[in-house]
Design a protein around this ligand. Sequence first.
Ligand SMILES: Cc1cc2nc3c(=O)[nH]c(=O)nc-3n(C[C@H](O)[C@H](O)[C@H](O)COP(=O)(O)OP(=O)(O)OC[C@H]3O[C@@H](n4cnc5c(N)ncnc54)[C@H](O)[C@@H]3O)c2cc1C
Length: 297
Amino acid sequence: MNYDVVVIGEGISGLTCAGHARRAGLSVATFEANLFGGLVLNVNELDGYPGAESGTDLASRLMQAAAEAGVTSIQEEITAVRPAGGAFEVVTGAGNHGARQVVIASGARLKKLGVPGEAEFEGRGVSTCADCDAPMFQNEDVVVVGGGDSAMQEALVLANFCRSVRVVHRGDKLRVQRHLADRAGAHPKISVMWKSTVEAILGGKMVEKVRLRHDGKIEKIACAGVFAYVGLEPSAGFAPPEIGRDAGGHLLTNDALETAMPGVWAIGAVRAGYSGLLRDAAAEAERVAKAVRDRLD
Ligand SMILES: Cc1cc2nc3c(=O)[nH]c(=O)nc-3n(C[C@H](O)[C@H](O)[C@H](O)COP(=O)(O)OP(=O)(O)OC[C@H]3O[C@@H](n4cnc5c(N)ncnc54)[C@H](O)[C@@H]3O)c2cc1C
C-alpha cells in the first residue's frame, strides 16, 4: 500500500502525529512492533500531562482518536526505511509499503543493568514495571536502581505496597524534578544509597539479595525485588545510516524536526534533544504533522 505518511511507532508521539496528519486530510498508516502506547502504557499516574489519569487511558484515547480519524494501524515491525523514486519505502517482515513522508516515532527502551542474575531472575523478582508488579511485593523489601524521574516515580508506587524501598544510585545527587524529590525524600519507606552500583542479583528460585559496590566497598542487601530505571536507549536501528546520530544513538534533526534525509522526520524519545517529557512529545508530534501537511500541499 502507499500512504501520504507512514508513522513508525504507536507511542504517544506517533499516535498524536498520526491523528493530526489524518485530520489534516492525509492518508496515514502507523506501524507498531509491540502493543500500542509505548513507554507509558503501564504507568498508572502520569506526571505533567494534564487531563490523563494513566498511561493506558492516554494511549487508549489517542489510539481510538486515530482509528476514528481513519488512520490505518499495522502491527508490524519496521526493519528498514529507504528512498524510492522521490518517496520512501518502509520495510517489514511481511512486505514493503510506500510513503511520501516518514515520521520516525519509535521511541526508546529501558536500558538493562547488564549484571549477572538480571536475565535469570526476570519475572522472578526482576521487573521494570512497578505499576504492574508492585502488589506482588506486599510487605517486602525492594531495590530500585537509578536516580532520575522514572526511578523516583516508580519508587513512590512501590512504597504503597512494600515494607521498604532502597533506591540505589551511582551518583551523589538525584536528577529529578523537585516535587518528585520532595515526595520521595519525605516518604518514610524510601531511602537512597548514594555512590552505589548493583553488581549482581542473587537468589534461589526467586530474588533474595543484590550485591552492591557502595562507596567503594562490596555489600549484600536482602530484597525480594529489583526494579531498574537506569536510562533509555533509542530504538533507531532500522533508520537509514544517512541520518546522523548523537553519541547515545538518538536521531539528529534540524529545528523543524526533519532529519538529514528530507521527508524523514523524527519526534519524541528517539530524537536527540527531546526533553523526556510527554507534553513535549505531543507538541513535537503536532508540529511535524503540520509540517508534513504543508510539505505535501
Ligand atoms: C517508567 C517510566 C515512567 C514515565 N513517566 C512519565 C510521566 O509520568 N510523565 C512524562 O512526561 N513522561 C514520563 N516518562 C517518559 C515518557 O514515557 C516518554 O518520554 C514518552 O513515552 C516517549 O514517547 P514516544 O512515543 O516518543 O516513545 P515510546 O513511548 O518509546 O513509543 C515508541 C513506540 O514505537 C514502537 N517501535 C519501536 N521500534 C519500532 C519499529 N522498528 N517498528 C514499529 N514500531 C516500533 C515501540 O514498540 C513503542 O510502542 C516515563 C518513562 C518511563 C520509562
